[in-house]
Design a protein around this ligand. Structure first.
Ligand code: SAH
Length: 344
């Protein structure tokens, strides 16, 4: 019999499991939930306020998602830490802890590999192996906290994988993360980045969560975007923008558009002009990312002068645009450089 994946269960589901499968009173679920997500226990032996017999039953019938550190690299440039994390089945993902003045920001992975196929990104090179469970995503957070001893103040779902291609587990993850009886992190401190799965953006809008939605746009015309992001053939820019506008209307949360500047591909004044026209009138933010090199991809970052001119043009047109700081590039921990093995 498969053991129950209790680390992935939001509290109401855990209560149901504890009463139905174990025949235990409901309050035991509350105790268990706190052990899993507040005290972040890694074994049932630690759960000292549960009766010994119940702990034995749990050890037989349930499992705690195991995430352990295989390797940690620290950037000499800026102290960014990249963790290669091993899951219970031996698969690995990466997570990156960045230090900002306002505290630690952790970037976590949502899938082992990715099937979105973006032309500039390392994470999709080997395709998708599998999606992570909610418990495994929480395990990334808890393991990095254990390793560093410091709190994680904010979280970005921008590591390996497409979060909206793992919709249900990501929603369970957010539910547990923000639960007052759990990790109790406000979703105001969480950003979720998507390559543009418009149907799932619509589903997410219905949940009216407080998180920040980042949309990886990277081009403002369909020809350029389809040439670097296969998802654009399924949801073109018109369809994506309709979902983004509806998302803003439903949630009141300003969308952040990511735009990786790639030399000779999407970085000319004409491209900036198209972007300014596409986003005109939207209450949004544009995050410009000088593209990070990925050996197999051959993409080159734009020249500094092109980056400056691109940003200036957007600002002149009334858009809010910043150039993202590149943290951890010496340890291949920057955007688009994460992989699922130790080969970088
Ligand atoms: N799948 C999600 C989240 C992971 S990628 C998404 O696509 O948004 C996080 C961000 O890094 C995305 O904006 C992605 O397009 C960007 N990115 C990917 N490869 C990059 C690279 N080589 N340089 C800079 N940014 C990159």
């Amino acid at each position: 019999m498969d053991r129950a994946d209790i680390s992935s269960m939001p509290l109401p589901r855990l209560e149901q499991w504890v009463t139905d499968a174990l025949g235990q009173p409901r309050f035991r679920a509350g105790q268990l939930f706190k052990w899993l997500h507040q005290k972040q226990a890694i074994s049932f032996d630690q759960m000292t306020d549960l009766p010994a017999a119940l702990r034995e039953t749990l050890a037989r019938q349930a499992e705690i998602a195991g995430v352990s550190t295989r390797l940690c690299q620290v950037s000499r440039q800026d102290g960014t830490r990249k963790y290669l994390l091993e899951l219970a089945d031996g698969n690995c993902v990466e997570a990156v802890l960045m230090q900002y003045r306002h505290g630690g920001s952790l970037c976590i992975s949502t899938q082992v590999g990715c099937r979105m196929g973006c032309a500039f990104c390392a994470s999709t090179l080997g395709g998708l192996v599998r999606s992570l469970t909610a418990g495994e995503m929480l395990g990334e957070v808890y393991e990095v906290q254990r390793q560093t001893g410091g709190p994680v103040d904010s979280l970005v779902l921008m590591g390996i994988g497409e979060p909206l291609d793992n919709f249900d587990s990501v929603l369970d993850f957010l539910d547990i993360l923000s639960s007052p009886q759990g990790r109790n992190m406000s979703l105001r401190h969480v950003s979720l980045s998507t390559c543009g799965l418009a149907d799932e953006i619509d589903r997410l809008a219905e949940k009216k969560l407080g998180l920040t939605l980042s949309v990886s746009l990277h081009a403002a015309d369909d020809t350029t975007r389809s040439s670097i992001m296969p998802i654009n053939k399924k949801y073109d820019i018109g369809r994506l923008m309709a979902s983004c506008k509806a998302y803003y209307e439903a949630t009141g949360r300003r969308i952040s558009y990511e735009y990786a500047l790639i030399d000779g591909v999407n970085d000319t004044p004409a491209h900036a002009d198209r972007l300014a026209r596409l986003l005109a009138g939207q209450n949004c933010h544009v995050n410009l990312i000088p593209v990070n090199p990925v050996a197999e991809r051959g993409t080159r970052r734009s020249k500094d002068s092109a980056i400056r001119a691109f940003r200036q043009l957007l600002e002149d047109r009334g858009l809010n645009a910043t150039v993202r700081r590149e943290l951890g590039s010496d340890i291949a921990a920057a955007c688009g450089q994460l992989r699922r093995a130790m080969d970088n």
